[in-house]
Write a protein that binds this ligand. Structure first.
Ligand code: PLP
Length: 420
């Protein structure tokens, strides 16, 4: 559920008319609802209450805006970060450093050292060598790195191939059958406190069964590691819960997820950690856009909007669906293709879709754009970097400026030898 609803015939974000935001900030623009973020944060936390103390590490990559992070920090969330840049954001937002998890398959030595210096709560190791290097850097600093080993359970999460992470051919984690031997070797290293394991099998999961199967394998691994004499105090269960993108889509609820986790982790006797991203941010944002033209097409007209694949990459990357709605719907519909101005056929949001009837100059939104939206934006075709607005009740603020193409141009140089 979200807070982007019609009030007196006009779409609002909470109490703010979207048309007002378009007037004041221009378009395209991402609009986030603070109430929706808070609600999702609470519903997810509440679903896990029966598990006792859990660690909630919001996966920053889903929506790393610093205002969003501050809001989630206020809800008691830490962060899952996958780069030095994301770590800097989490710290800037005031997230407690002990509740920051450093994930990522390609953390550099420099990033590992920066994480140690900052006092990162947990490093999720993706390969044995990374553990050795981290131990070495920590020992040289007279520090101890707290870490868990990410395992790849070889399960098919049943989601889009490009966001599946838990099959053996994927680049993530260590093969689960080799994990016990690696754990033995790593746990002996000075400078490393290896206290458990982590797993994350993919994103936009619409079925809990693959997760439950993966967690069952983790349960067996934990038992085997303990039998080998290791102290296992932490298991990081990752993120991945899907959200409904299409009206009528049914996704597992956080409550069902919580009940499954309780079942799957019964008797583990560890502190559990979660890394939700999309489920917190997805429905908390929309991409507000203006129709530039309605261009006649062969079968259907093309609604050409001022948002494009550089602003919202998901349709081009994953053939993703985003519901489209007019800000001032007339009640009439049309069948149309929806596309942006970028010079790629992939810059298409929908084909042959029944949508609210729109004309050139009308405002519209792409729904469920709060996760993996602005964070993936680029300036392709020398378009501006899309701005972000946070609404909270009847207030709103620009929380990321539009970065003009001219500003980006100003950061480029023609070398002296090419100047005339
Ligand atoms: C992307 C990612 C997440 C978040 O996934 P969602 O599907 O957004 O919940 C969590 N953990 C890791 C390691 C990730 O890479």
């Amino acid at each position: 559920m979200d807070h982007f609803t019609l009030i007196d015939g006009a779409l609002h974000a909470e109490q703010v008319p979207l048309a007002r935001i378009a007037d004041e900030v221009g378009s395209p623009v991402y609009v986030y609802s603070a109430a929706t973020f808070r609600r999702h944060a609470r519903v997810f936390r509440d679903a896990l209450l029966p598990l006792g103390r859990v660690h909630l590490a919001y996966a920053i990559k889903a929506n790393p805006n610093v205002a969003v992070l501050r809001l989630l920090a206020d809800e008691g969330y830490g962060a899952d970060v996958v780069s030095g840049g994301e770590m800097a954001r989490a710290l800037a937002a005031g997230m407690p450093v002990s509740e920051i998890v450093f994930s990522g398959v390609g953390k550099t030595r420099d990033e590992l050292a920066r994480g140690l210096d900052a006092g990162i709560g947990q490093f999720n190791l993706e390969l044995e060598e990374e553990g050795r290097v981290l131990a070495e850097i920590a020992a040289a600093k007279g520090m101890t790195a707290h870490a868990v080993l990410r395992v790849n359970p070889d399960v098919d999460a049943g989601t889009h191939a490009k966001i599946s992470t838990g099959r053996k051919e994927n680049k993530f984690g260590v093969p689960i059958d080799r994990a016990p031997a690696m754990f033995d070797r790593l746990a002996r290293l000075p400078g490393l406190d290896l206290r458990g394991v982590a797993i994350h099998i993919g994103s936009q999961l619409g079925d809990l069964a693959p997760l439950e199967a993966a967690y069952a394998r983790i349960g067996e691994l934990v038992a085997a590691l303990r039998a080998a004499g290791h102290t296992i105090s932490r298991v990081d269960l990752g993120g991945g819960l899907g959200v409904p993108y299409k009206q009528g889509d049914v996704m597992p609820s956080p409550a069902e997820y919580g009940a499954m986790i309780a079942r799957a982790t019964k008797g583990w006797d560890v502190e559990l950690m979660f890394e939700p991203g999309r489920v917190i941010a997805g429905n908390a944002g929309v991409l507000l856009t203006r129709v530039i033209w309605v261009k006649p097409g062969v079968t259907h007209p093309y609604v050409i909007v001022d948002a494009a694949m550089n602003d919202l990459a998901r349709p081009a990357l994953y053939d993703a669906w985003h519901d489209f709605a007019a800000v001032h719907p007339t009640g009439e519909t049309m069948v149309a293709n929806i596309a942006g101005p970028v010079c790629e056929t992939g810059d298409t949001f929908a084909m042959g879709r029944t949508i609210d009837k729109v004309a050139s100059g009308d405002l519209a939104i792409f729904r469920t754009a709060g996760a993996y939206g602005a964070t993936m934006a680029s300036t392709y075709n020398s378009r501006a970097l899309v701005p972000e607005v946070l609404v909270d009740g009847d207030r709103f603020a620009v929380v990321a400026d539009r970065i003009a193409a001219e500003t980006i141009l100003a950061a480029e140089r023609v070398p002296e030898w090419l100047t005339r």
